[in-house]
Design a binder for this molecule. Sequence first.
Ligand SMILES: [Zn+2]
Length: 268
Amino acid sequence: MALDTADATDQLLGRGDIPPVHEVNAAGTSPFLLTSDHYGRVLPRALGDLGVAEAELTRHIAWDIGIAGVADRLAEMLDAHLIAQHYSRLVIDCNRPPAAVSSIPVMSEATGVPRNEAISEGERGARRREIFEPYHHRIDAAIDRRLHAKQPTVLVSLHSFTPVYAGVARPWHIGALYNRDTVLPQLLLKHLRAEGDLVVGDNEPYAVSDLTDYTIPVHGEARGLINTGIEIRQDLIADQSGQQQWAERLARIFAEIEVELRAERLLD
Ligand SMILES: [Zn+2]
């Protein structure tokens, strides 16, 4: 059997496919740089429905339900740069190292993804080259530009989580997610707890790790940026009024956090 090697002629996106990267406020003045790895659930035309039922393709396994509406609004309210990714994480997960088995999942929760089974290295490479890399290169370039311009930069990675996973209900409204950062997650937790009406997850429902995450380890930690992940429960932001309320709440909290970071001279 011939070895199946990566072939740069494999092409995934074509006529009728949108670019992978979505941006708001590229010239935003806020120190907060927002990212959204699971913003969209678009499928490249060449992949059809991935062999997955339509009802499954609108569930959390395909994207972070509600986060797009929060992210766009929050970027506007803060005058912050948002970099987000349009394609479904069932095509390639932009918050997984490309070498991870879950990068191009053949199973998500209890749903099989037949189109992802036994794909060639060429196809795997095309997904990485045409979706994963443009997104992460854009974040890299934005950070480069900001650091060169001496613009303070704090990375905030926005996600949402399903209220019930594998039959288990999750109590948290929102969680701060982190690994090595000791500054921003603790500030954020303090502010979220002070709201008084929230069940706040401290590294819940997930913790960030080098094996299961990409954006925070690579763009936050490796570049020495203050950073945090945020996970909002999806039933709270399923409609536009919920998205607006949560964007307003987070905009208010991040404005307060910015004042504290400046007072501590952490944005110099
Ligand atoms: Zn996510």
